[in-house]
Design a protein. Structure first.
Length: 148
């Protein structure tokens, strides 16, 4: 994202990897898609094109030898070990690790928030449809947020 082609040539010749051409017409779109509002900006993308992290600069600073590369944060590592599952009269403590291979929607909501109240019925409808279609790989978990 250099201002001149000579700056680009001088800077990129020090890099051991392939560089996109200077003044690439799609560069503004790439920068917007990957939120490259400041530089340096390092994005880690998996083989399927999914973003693993948009904060690769900080990840590399925290892990300079790449011990934890690709710096993927697994949702189960951010949640408690167990969750309470309640169906009808039955309750069970289940490990969150059981959800590791599922698509998960985390719903941050608050009863005090009118947008949450308006959106929840839409989510309930989508949940029921998706849960019937994707019996084995889909879950929704609500995280309640206190709104001041």
């Amino acid at each position: 994202m250099d201002r001149s082609e000579s700056d680009y040539d001088q800077y990129s010749e020090k890099m051991p990897w392939w560089c996109l051409p200077y003044a690439l017409s799609t560069l503004p779109k790439l920068a917007a898609v990957y939120h490259a509002h400041g530089i340096p900006h390092l994005v880690v993308i998996d083989k399927d094109g999914k973003v693993i992290t948009e904060d690769g600069v900080e990840s590399l600073k925290d892990d300079p030898v790449g011990k934890s590369f690709p710096w993927r944060v697994r949702i189960v590592d951010l949640l408690p070990d167990y969750y309470l599952m309640q169906e009808d009269e039955d309750e069970a403590m289940l490990p969150f690790s059981d959800l590791d291979d599922k698509y998960m929607l985390l719903y941050f909501a608050s009863k005090a928030d009118s947008r949450s109240q308006d959106f929840t019925p839409w989510l309930v409808k989508a949940y029921n449809i998706l849960k019937n279609k994707r019996v084995d790989d889909f879950e929704v978990r609500t995280l309640y947020v206190t709104v001041n």
